[in-house]
Design a protein around this ligand. Structure first.
Ligand SMILES: Nc1ncnc2c1ncn2[C@@H]1O[C@H](COP(=O)(O)OP(=O)(O)OP(=O)(O)O)[C@@H](O)[C@H]1O
Ligand SMILES: [Mg+2]
Length: 339
């Protein structure tokens, strides 16, 4: 399917997966692909209440070749001539609460909460409340997108917490629904639950690397998310795939020596032994990567989108371009779901 069809499936994409598998990277890639199609995409990152700054903030900015970290006001990471845009903003539960009170005619209360220093306490006092406040903010952004408000994004990409926390995060409105009877909290929780359960509004993309532990955790998280949060799983992004090299099943130092000599290079026995060991390691990684991708396909019947490993110490605009092209190719290979 084309990228525009892919993005028309849901306005809010929630990106989650085990720590360090590439959630922030994939969020940036998806937003960049959307901008290339003339869409306005916003990446949302979550900051803990009271934290000074989202530690990821700088990582996402650098990926787009920018220095300014992502903040609560939001920054523009990219704007192109076709009207496409990538913005990023951090959302904090306490700031989301102030905004909610403002929008619902409780300005004086919000001012008093801020002035008395009680804001943090109120925003975090009830279990599940910080997560619910963030989800409430996302729901408001999603509604603005649906209504086509002039300053609203077309696509919201949530760079969500790591898998274990993501399940708790997406379950929070259900807990608050059970714990309240009527009132604004219950109404808000119900609206968030409605959004999470509607695949035309919100879908989850899981990210994993092609390794045993992340794949196992992805399978587990997928089951938990479907059972406990009722969100549609839109696919799994397999990130960091090594290109497959045509290597012989056994790599002998002597054979490497002959090849080196034929190419005009002289390598010591120690160098040849190291090279052979590196080749064997690469071979094992290729085999294990293929086995994990196959296991994922069998145990998790979700469409897979593959992204290559970039051989670079830090990801910047060049790698962003490469990964975006790869993601576009993966999306092209998807077959639209039958109605
Ligand atoms: N395809 C890739 N090729 C090479 N390096 C990658 C790739 N994807 C991610 N990385 C690198 O791996 C590291 C982790 O990526 P990233 O920060 O996107 O993961 P994350 O899931 O958001 O991590 P966290 O759980 O800490 O938020 C980063 O240094 C990033 O540059
Ligand atoms: Mg991250």
């Amino acid at each position: 399917m084309g990228p525009l069809t892919f993005f028309s499936q849901a306005r809010l994409l929630i990106i989650t997966g085990k720590g360090g598998v590439g959630k922030t990277t994939v969020s940036g890639v998806i937003a960049n692909l959307a901008a290339g199609q003339g869409l306005r995409a916003t990446v949302v990152q979550i900051t803990a209440p009271g934290a000074q700054e989202e530690p990821e903030a700088a990582h996402l900015s650098r990926f787009f070749g920018q220095d300014e970290p992502v903040d609560y006001e939001g920054i523009v990471l990219l704007a192109n001539s076709s009207g496409g845009e990538v913005t990023a903003r951090a959302v904090r539960p306490d700031a989301a609460l102030v905004e909610y009170l403002h929008l619902h005619g409780m300005r004086r209360l919000s001012r008093r909460l801020v002035a008395s220093g009680a804001l943090d306490v109120v925003a975090t006092a009830v279990p599940g409340m910080p997560d619910m406040l963030v989800l409430g903010k996302l729901k408001q952004m999603e509604r603005a997108a649906a209504a086509g408000q002039p300053d609203a994004a077309d696509l919201i990409v949530l760079d969500a917490p790591a898998a274990g926390h993501a399940v708790r995060f997406l379950q929070s409105p259900y807990g608050l629904l059970d714990a309240t009877s009527g009132g604004p909290i219950q109404a808000q929780a119900q609206e968030v639950v409605d959004m999470l359960g509607d695949p035309s509004r919100c879908q989850v993309l899981l990210v994993t690397t092609p390794e045993e532990t992340p794949v196992s955790e992805t399978i587990e998280t997928a089951q938990l998310l479907e059972e406990k949060a009722g969100t549609k799983l839109g696919g799994v992004v397999v990130n960091g795939l090594l290109p497959v090299l045509a290597l012989p099943p056994v790599i002998e130092p002597a054979e490497l020596g002959r090849l080196a000599k034929a190419a005009g290079a002289r390598l010591s026995p120690v160098e040849l032994a190291s090279l052979a060991a590196a080749g064997q390691l690469r071979l094992r990684r290729q085999e294990s990567q293929a086995a994990q991708v196959a296991r994922l396909a069998v145990e998790l019947p979700l469409r897979q989108l593959e992204l290559p490993f970039c051989f670079s110490s830090e990801l910047g605009p060049y790698e962003l371009g490469q990964l975006t092209d790869a993601f576009a190719t993966a999306v092209e290979g998807l077959v639209p779901a039958s109605p």
